[in-house]
Ligand binder design. Structure first.
Ligand SMILES: [Cu+2]
Length: 662
């Protein structure tokens, strides 16, 4: 058996991936009859569902309307975004701060909506940074990133951000085990088994304000944590993580981490961990990590470096972590709506094992163990197993659920979605995807109450699905109607970056909470100008602060003189509009960062260091009115040491001399 797996896995399956040999033949006829009409949303009509999709290596999150597949918004999270000035404006730069300094890129893999009673409550959506481990919280009243927290003791934040049923915790398991941050990391890489550790970070989330904090970490054996789900219903209080590389290999993982027939699902009793934490069983560890928050009062982010984290050791505290054997290199680890069944997906396995929470508890009570792995009890496979889905397809990755007791599993290698019944584990239907599906998403499919109407497949490859666009083709999502016995493909739509995981929720949960503008009288930005009369230009040494306002269709001031080479100029632009959907933009010639995009009632700052003597035009970048093209101005830059007086104005052909020079 072991040899079969080795050959099948390393030769057969990987060759199949490379050759696309499992490409379905009937691509042209994929949507037939009137199925397409099911995705049609007439002009002027709203979509029924919001779909939050990870942007993979773009570092952003995108928002689509379903069933139309319309791209509604790209939310900047971990990467600079010149469209919105994210990471370029002085106010947003602190959001990308880390213990390594500013890291303006990451690889966002998974998204997860906040939950109340196990259902999406539409308050926040969380995303993970895989590369430089971080977790972000996005506020769904503004669709903007409100908070980013860095994770110490982690390398590759893949198993993240997964959430308990009342958003008590967002959890983040490290993908790459590494030496702990307070240990000497200058060790031979081949000392992996001795020195490399895995960690699970439990991030608490403020009930009202959503504020994140690392409540504790659990130190685990050095393996790769891949995905996770919180228990719910009967299994509330537990977390389940898939782990691979239990071989603890440190090189050529494609072979060396595919040796064993079984890796593990790790079950974590987080309620028990909380008890140990309260009883003072944690170790305080000195670390450095950034915690960045954006305030909509000041429209400004602050970054704080934290210096301590509490670590619980899974080896010492025997009853918080258990391993369950799982074939083979598992990816998905998904919990059914009732919380009773845990579905694991071995990427290289020929079956889908379904574990029973009840059987797992009984196995723990009866100590039905197969020894230990790195000091953690290993439950006997058969003792926790409910049953196996036989011949589901090749390369099972991830499972979600509907409201009728069915499960849907993505099959990467055989490029299909397989529907099966949770009770009898029989396959009901299979539909091809185009091509190489990774994650899938059912509306509410990871919650206690799935809606069971739409399923979206997130595919790695599109090949012949869209018009060619050079060497790189758009990646894609595919929408299936799952309201009947058979799944029906109804739409293809292209996606931003590489769509990993996504979540979807009925639009009614979110749409009426949208912020339409920020009240100008509540703007507490230190450089706000709450009306044109408050606009001014102030020199402080070589720093020049421009308190500027924007309203249709002019900037105030729009003529500025007296700037000198060597100055740092800060344009603090307040958008005076108090009307929905009227942002203004701001850009100036030669600025080496980006534009600003300023929402109604908000203030944002562009830092500009002039590089040439002369006249630099500036203008509004967001087409705001019929006279948007006239929304412009000039800045005069004179040589260093010049005695051109500081002057500014709007609507005067001869500007007044600045009174407010310091
Ligand atoms: Cu404008």
């Amino acid at each position: 058996m072991k040899n079969f797996f080795k050959i099948a896995a390393v030769t057969g399956i990987f060759a199949a991936v490379g050759l696309q040999s499992c490409k379905p033949k009937d691509t042209a006829n994929a949507v037939s009859g009137d199925s397409g009409i099911k995705s049609y949303v007439a002009p002027g009509k709203y979509d029924e569902v919001y779909n939050f999709v990870s942007g993979g290596f773009s570092g952003q999150m995108s928002v689509y309307g379903l069933p139309s597949g319309r791209l509604l918004r790209v939310i900047p999270v971990f990467s600079n975004d010149p469209e919105k000035g994210w990471g370029y404006s002085e106010e947003t730069k602190p959001m990308l701060n880390t213990s390594h300094g500013m890291v303006p890129w990451d690889d966002l893999h998974h998204v997860q909506l906040s939950k109340t009673n196990g259902e999406a409550d539409g308050r926040w959506v969380f995303g993970n940074a895989n590369n430089t481990p971080r977790v972000a919280r996005i506020d769904l009243t503004t669709f903007r990133t409100a908070e980013i927290i860095e994770l110490p003791n982690s390398g590759g934040n893949h198993s993240s951000p997964f959430i308990t049923e009342n958003t008590e915790y967002v959890v983040a398991g490290t993908r790459f085990s590494v030496p702990m941050d307070d240990a000497n990391g200058d060790v031979g890489i081949d000392t992996y088994k001795e020195n490399f550790k895995g960690t699970l970070s439990f991030i608490s989330v403020g009930k009202e304000d959503g504020k994140m904090d690392i409540a504790f970490q659990i130190q685990c054996p050095g393996v790769n944590f891949d995905l996770s789900r919180a228990g719910k219903g009967v299994s509330h209080g537990w977390f389940f993580f898939s782990c691979y590389n239990t071989e603890q290999a440190n090189t050529l993982l494609e072979v060396n981490a595919s040796q064993k027939d079984k890796d593990f699902v790790m079950a974590v009793n987080w309620k028990k961990a909380e008890e140990y934490l309260k009883a003072g069983k944690g170790r305080k560890q000195a670390v450095r990590y950034a915690h960045n928050t954006y305030s909509e009062k000041t429209h400004t982010a602050t970054s704080e470096i934290k210096t301590e984290v509490i670590v619980l050791d899974s080896k010492e505290l025997k009853d918080i972590c258990y391993f369950i054997p799982c074939p083979k290199s598992p990816h998905g680890c998904d919990v059914s709506p009732t919380g009773e069944y845990i579905v694991a997906s071995g990427k290289l396995a020929a079956v889908i094992p379904v574990f029973s929470y009840d059987k797992m508890l009984k196995a723990i009570a009866a100590k039905s163990f197969d020894g230990e792995f790195e000091g953690i009890p290993v439950i006997k496979y058969e003792s926790a197993l409910y049953g196996e889905v036989k011949k589901p397809g090749l390369g099972p990755l991830h499972t979600e659920f509907d409201d009728n007791g069915n499960a849907y599993t993505s099959m990467f290698v055989s490029s299909e979605v397989v529907k099966w019944n949770i009770k009898d584990l029989k396959v009901i239907d299979r539909q091809p995807t185009f091509y190489s599906i990774g994650h899938l998403c059912v509306v509410g499919g990871d919650t206690k109450k799935p809606t069971g109407k739409y399923l979206i497949a997130y595919n790695k490859i599109t090949k012949d699905r869209y018009l060619p666009t050079g060497p790189e083709l758009s990646q894609s999502a595919q929408l299936f109607d799952i309201s009947g016995e058979k799944m029906k493909l109804i739409l293809d739509f292209p996606t931003i970056g590489e769509p990993h995981y996504a979540q979807a929720v009925l639009a009614s949960v979110i749409k009426d909470k949208s912020v339409k503008m920020f009240k100008i009288e509540e703007n507490a930005h230190p450089y706000v100008a709450k009306g044109e009369k408050e606009s001014k230009v102030v020199r402080e040494g070589n720093k020049v602060h421009v308190y500027m306002t924007a309203i249709r269709s002019h900037l105030t001031p729009d003529n500025i003189e007296g700037i000198r080479m060597g100055d740092e100029v800060y344009f603090h632009v307040t958008n005076l509009e108090q009307d929905w959907d009227v942002p203004h933009g701001f850009a100036i010639k030669g600025a080496d960062n980006a534009e600003l995009l300023i929402m109604p009632g908000e203030t944002q700052t562009l830092k500009w260091t002039p590089t040439k003597v002369g006249i630099s035009p500036m203008y509004c970048t967001d087409f705001c009115s019929a006279l948007h093209q006239e929304m412009t101005g000039y800045v005069r830059v004179s040589p260093a040491g010049s005695n051109v007086p500081l002057k500014f104005g709007t609507g005067v052909t001869k500007p007044e001399v600045a009174a407010a020079s310091k």
